[in-house]
Design a protein. Sequence first.
Length: 164
Amino acid sequence: MEEIAFVIPCFNEQESIGFVVAELRDLFPEASIYVCDNQSLDRTAQVAHAAGAVVLVEQAKGKGNAVRRLLRDVEADLFVMVDGDNTYDLSFLSEAIERCRRDRFDLMTGDRFAVMGRSHFRRGHGLGNVFFTSFFRVVFGVQTRDVFSGLRIFSRRLVKHSHW
């Protein structure tokens, strides 16, 4: 069986990260869970650790830096990235992982709209998501409703052959 690593970039997620880690632990008891704290001003790192995650720290600000740290430093056969804000329905994740394995995808992107039909964006983010999703669909043929989704599944081949 492939080793799955859940990688979670976080900034100020103390209210939700414990729930995310606990849900992943319940759904995937054998998986490794890594949280990268990106200079949170709250207790994100402590809450994540207490919930059972391995906590890495990234000093360079920005989600991209936290994601690069996770993908560079974590070893696994399959990487599942999820945001630490508890905005994703993870109940379908085992099916998505199975499809990713079966069809040998290098990347799958989650869709926050699939279950609820809407998502909770910060002000201005919803409009930006609609604009960029439409742009990528027209220009590149990308078929998703949520191009900025923080829920992604990566193959080892993609992660370890990229320059992070």
